[in-house]
Design a protein around this ligand. Structure first.
Ligand code: CA
Length: 235
């Protein structure tokens, strides 16, 4: 099996390290493990991994320091490992340049999805091969047509307004990745609307009414409570 990419795991919990290593190696990735921030900083430059998995609670330093140090010289994708309840910490890590996060305890499919998305974003400029090739995003009957500026559900025009389309289009470009409330608001409404989550919530409710079969149980755009939204991965 060809190696799909090299993943550096920075995590002091041996059980979690072993779990991640087992999953990655069984799925064709190469795993390199370090247990401290100091080792991580020296290894990052020499190993140039495709993806970094970074635990924020390291024994010798705050994982955020490792992230900040790395971002001075590299944009390599970083997926932060965080505790379930700490939304503020997740947002802080994303603001500091993390690409995504994964919440403890996590399962195999969630871990692989985060890594797949992160590797894809390093290898194609738009982060999505079919958007790059034919200017459209397709997932489970949802089509976002970037030329026509329209979204379709099972072949039918979803009738999104301009801002609704912009939101869906942006989430589609970064499919599989969480985009924060602040980021989305800034991109669609500009910097002056920052921190006005209400406008985003209303638009998202309308989008879901138009594209989801059951808006209460979305299958395309997922809510990451306290952080933002995430589009399903492309087919
Ligand atoms: Ca830890």
């Amino acid at each position: 099996m060809a190696v799909k990419g090299k993943v550096l795991i920075i995590e002091d919990d041996r059980a979690i390290c072993n779990f991640i290593r087992r999953v990655l190696e069984a799925n064709g990735y190469e795993a390199v493990i370090v247990h401290t921030g100091r080792e991580a900083i020296s290894l990052l430059a020499s190993h140039c991994p495709d993806v970094v998995i970074l635990d924020l609670g390291l024994p010798d330093m705050d994982g955020m320091e490792v992230l900040t140090d790395l971002r001075r010289w590299s944009l390599m994708p970083v997926v932060v490992v965080s505790a379930r309840t700490d939304e503020r910490e997740k947002v802080r890590a994303l603001d500091a340049g993390a690409d995504d996060y994964i919440t403890k305890p996590f399962g195999t499919s969630e871990l692989l999805a985060r890594i797949r998305t992160a590797v894809r974003h390093t290898r194609t400029t738009s982060g999505n091969a079919s958007i790059a090739k034919e200017n459209r995003f397709t997932a489970k009957g949802l089509v976002i047509d970037y030329d026509k500026y329209r979204a379709y559900i099972d072949g039918r025009d979803a009738g999104l307004t301009q801002n609704e389309f912009k939101l869906v289009a942006l989430l589609g470009r970064y499919a599989g990745r969480v985009l924060t409330y602040d980021y989305l608001i800034r991109e669609i409404w500009g910097p002056n609307k920052a921190y006005d989550n209400q406008i985003l919530r209303v638009n998202m409710a309308n989008i879901r009414r138009k594209i989801e079969k059951n808006p209460a149980e979305p299958q395309y755009i997922f809510t990451e409570v306290g952080v933002g939204y995430r589009m399903i991965e492309a087919d």
